[in-house]
Design a protein around this ligand. Structure first.
Ligand code: SF4
Ligand code: FES
Length: 248
């Protein structure tokens, strides 16, 4: 396939940035999207030009590092996949593909297509954990009975990889699907109930401080989430927050 790529180039956080056209030829439909960008970068390096910076790590849908906005959609036109799992067969010969970084005030651009998502780390540090006594008296997790329905919902919430597509897809740049998933995965399990009050209050406080917007139930986050995280997690977080506020 022969394609035209329109790629966001931005030297650093202060640069204004602009879309630059790159023609690319002989793209195999079996290539992943990131492999196609690797080929582009090889060509740029061979010509002595600056390669396009983009984020990636596992390249198998696990780490949540890849974060491109492709033709106006986070992780591109396929469903239930991350950018690294997107294949070029989703495009046609002659297509123009617009590639931009995730856009949100809380995710500032570092360079080209790379954004700073450390706001998610700070939200996690505020409460996305449980405290366990590891001095030798730890209770085997398998010895604690958990209702099957709750275990399944907690597991589904825990599949969130922290990619940030929910934020990038939301007109309000809301992080509530991410935070809802992180609150839910603990709130549903006995091990998470002990610190539940502080957890939800602290994580929501940090989310607000980072500059993410509010949820207005548009549902774009759920549609674009590569892991199918359900809006139910936002509702559960809101219930947890209300309970915690009344206790406080
Ligand atoms: S909720 Fe989905 S879109 Fe948002 S960070 Fe988690 S995996 Fe990514
Ligand atoms: S590179 Fe790890 S999820 Fe895409």
């Amino acid at each position: 396939m022969n394609l035209t790529l329109k790629i966001w180039r931005q030297k650093n956080a202060n640069d204004k940035g602009k879309l630059v056209n790159y023609p690319i030829s002989d793209v195999s439909p079996d290539m992943s999207f990131l492999e196609m960008l690797d080929v582009l970068n090889e060509g740029l390096i061979n010509k002595g030009d600056e390669p396009v910076e983009f984020d990636h790590d596992c390249r198998e849908g696990i780490c949540g590092m890849c974060s491109l906005y492709i033709n106006g959609e986070a992780h591109g036109p396929d469903r239930g996949v991350t950018t690294c799992q997107l294949h070029m067969r989703m495009f046609k010969d002659g297509d123009t593909i617009v590639i931009e970084p995730f856009r949100a005030t809380a995710f500032p651009v570092i360079k080209d297509l790379v954004v700073d998502r450390s706001a998610f780390d700070r939200i996690q540090h505020a409460g996305g954990f449980i405290s366990v006594n590891t001095s030798g008296n730890t209770i085997d997790a398998n010895a604690i009975p958990v209702n099957k329905h709750d275990a399944d919902d907690a597991f589904s919430a825990a599949t969130c990889i922290g990619c940030g597509a929910c934020v990038a897809s939301c007109k309000n740049s809301s992080a509530m699907l991410f935070v809802g998933a992180k609150v839910s995965q603990f709130a549903l399990l006995p091990q998470g109930k002990i610190e539940a009050t502080d957890r939800v209050l602290n994580m929501v406080k940090q989310m607000d401080e980072e500059g993410f917007g509010n949820c207005t139930n548009t549902g774009a986050c759920e549609v674009e989430c590569p892991k199918g995280i359900s809006l139910e997690n936002i509702a559960r977080m809101n219930r947890e927050y209300l309970k915690a506020s009344l206790k406080g």
